[in-house]
Design a binder for this molecule. Structure first.
Ligand SMILES: [Zn+2]
Length: 407
């Protein structure tokens, strides 16, 4: 018996390995964990005796296990809510009217600048705990509600502290080009310059972010501005991600692919050429049905073209106060299936295997196989499709997270 060696038996294992049976399933399986890593998976009858003898055996009473879910796109460090704006929009106010009344992203920027780091940690940890209740083990968190160096760094530190507090692994992303801050309203180019020449080098020195991101859209930042940002980021060794083609086809997905981005996110309006560029670059499509739902959009991402081109498809909550106030990953699974036409297996792969790829973490996590982190969710279900079938049910029985932080 050992404190760090476990064997999970009497369970069905959805390994999510591709090229196997549906869900990579092992019915009546077992899984051995040694010091935070998966040591063995297979049929329970084949479990090597030495692994069983050296471990604490936990019987799971016929439950299913999957990789712990991974949310590869959130903005969950923020202060304040946008409830009043939500109410106004549902009463017919336009986005321009809301912005004129002080709403929109910049209202969250004001609240987040005013909040202390401790307040942000507490708010973010509570949101992470909600995601963990639905089986999340790894969550990406973006900055972008500070838009000045001090607040952006405060957000990134808060994201990591919240992960420790909530027992969820966190990857951080600097969303430098999210919105033009009020103090730079008359000098767009000056803002992009200070982000590239002042903030990015300081960020690299402080090691606060794992990647960088931008919002490429009419009304946000242009492809040329994003290219300046990505050039500077790449010189400093940052990986890139991009909010692309959400509300119009601005060539964002192709731009992301040109920089070898980890992912292009949203992509409702991405063209065939954009999809082909993503396929060639290995850029993951991160679909965000929560924003599509909240904004009552009607243009779906090009799922058939993504499939045909073998672009990996991930899903994410996009948890944010303005366009996706959604704290349930099982709801996102359901939306991926019901709104975007993914199969239940594609959707689950989108929150496990492909979500790991969208974070550049596919060698560490996202499937249940020997050598990977033992990040596991245990579910009270009879079949994996139940995860995207029910809405509003608590299905996660417990999680295991391999010991030690990600590097
Ligand atoms: Zn986003």
């Amino acid at each position: 018996m050992s404190e760090t060696n476990f064997v999970l038996t009497d369970c069905h294992v959805a390994t999510m390995l591709p090229g196997c049976d549906a869900y990579g399933a092992i019915v009546d399986g077992a899984i051995a964990i040694r010091e935070g890593r998966i040591a063995w998976t297979g049929p329970g009858a084949d479990l090597p005796t030495r692994l069983r003898d050296e471990a604490t055996v936990l019987r799971l009473d016929g439950r299913w296990i999957t990789p712990a879910l991974i949310d590869p796109h959130t903005h969950l460090v923020f202060a304040g809510t946008r409830t009043r704006e939500f109410e106004a929009r549902r009463k017919g106010a336009s986005y321009a009217e809301i912005a004129a009344a002080g709403g929109g992203i910049l209202s969250t920027v004001r609240a987040t600048r005013d909040a202390s780091e401790d307040e942000l940690v507490a708010l973010a940890a509570a949101r992470l705990e909600l995601l963990a209740r639905d089986g999340a083990g790894l969550v990406e968190i973006k900055s972008g509600y500070g838009l000045d160096q001090e607040t952006e760094f405060k957000m990134l530190r808060a994201a990591r502290s919240a992960g420790v507090k909530a027992n969820v692994r966190v990857r951080t992303t600097y969303l430098g080009l999210h919105a033009l801050p009020e103090e730079w309203r008359d000098d767009r180019s000056g803002y992009v310059t200070t982000v590239c020449e002042d903030v990015l080098p300081a960020l690299a020195a402080a090691r606060l972010a794992d990647s960088v991101d931008a919002f490429c859209e009419a009304g946000a930042f242009t492809p040329d501005e994003v290219a300046r940002f990505f050039d500077a980021a790449r010189r400093l060794g940052f990986k890139t991600k991009l909010h692309a083609d959400q509300l119009s086809d601005g060539g964002g997905a192709a731009l992301a692919a040109r920089y070898g981005a980890l992912s292009a996110d949203h992509i409702e309006y991405t063209s065939e050429a954009g999809v082909a560029a993503m396929a060639a670059a290995g850029t993951v499509a991160v679909l965000l049905p929560g924003a599509y739902y909240t904004l009552r959009e009607t243009q779906c991402p090009p799922v058939a073209a993504l499939r045909a081109a073998s672009v990996p498809i991930a899903l994410a909550s996009d948890l944010n106060p303005g366009t996706s106030p959604i704290t349930s990953l099982l709801t996102i699974l359901n939306m991926g299936v019901t709104l975007f036409g993914l199969s239940p297996e594609e959707a689950l792969a989108g929150l496990t295997r492909e979500a790991a790829r969208a974070l550049g973490m596919q060698t560490e996590t996202g499937t249940l196989e020997a050598g990977k982190r033992a990040d596991i969710a245990v579910w009270d279900i009879d079949h994996p499709a139940e995860l995207s079938y029910w809405l509003g049910r608590r299905l996660c029985h417990r999680r295991f997270l391999g010991d030690g932080p990600y590097q």
